[in-house]
Design a protein around this ligand. Structure first.
Ligand code: ZN
Length: 164
């Protein structure tokens, strides 16, 4: 990569690295060196097995990998209540299964972290859709109370789920 390409690459995601609407500006193809996701025709997706990439394909760390590295989630779920205590493992399984389904379809939708502290589970995601899908999965599997709060610019969602 020469200096011009390097400076083009540095420009791709600035100034706001975590704005989901920002992607490589070039019309070309890019591949993420971390997860191998492919940027093509304006969006990121998993490579299909038969895909053949040009030898000089640009490497750009994808938005999901950047969020994971920088620990900047797009979605945050906070789970609490007596029911959670009794069904902790089952609920964590539901969260991981939901990620598996969503990630297969949408390469940029992944879990960032799942932590349990003082009987509260916090789940962070790289995409708003996965957070929403987990919220709806909890709601339809276990009922309880779910609250959704979007930031003003719609780039982050906070979801609280509780069942006593
Ligand atoms: Zn990636």
């Amino acid at each position: 990569m020469d200096k011009y390409q390097q400076s083009q690459k540095n420009k791709l995601f600035s100034p706001n690295r975590h704005d989901p609407t920002l992607s490589p500006r070039s019309a070309g193809t890019a591949v993420c060196p971390r997860c191998s996701a492919l940027y093509q025709a304006g969006s990121w997706a998993w490579q299909t097995p038969q895909a053949s990439l040009p030898a000089d394909v640009t490497e750009v760390v994808c938005p999901a990998c950047r969020r994971i590295e920088d620990k900047v989630p797009a979605g945050t779920l906070t789970l609490s209540g007596e029911f959670l205590k009794a069904h902790h493992d089952e609920i964590l399984n539901l969260i991981h299964n939901t990620e598996t389904l969503e990630k297969a379809e949408h390469a940029m939708e992944r879990l960032l972290e799942v932590t349990t502290l003082d009987e509260v589970v916090q789940v962070t995601t790289t995409g708003i859709h996965l957070a929403n899908r987990i919220g709806h999965a909890l709601d339809s599997a276990y009922k309880g109370q779910t609250q959704y709060h979007y930031d003003d610019d719609q780039t982050h969602v906070s979801i609280h789920w509780q069942r006593d």
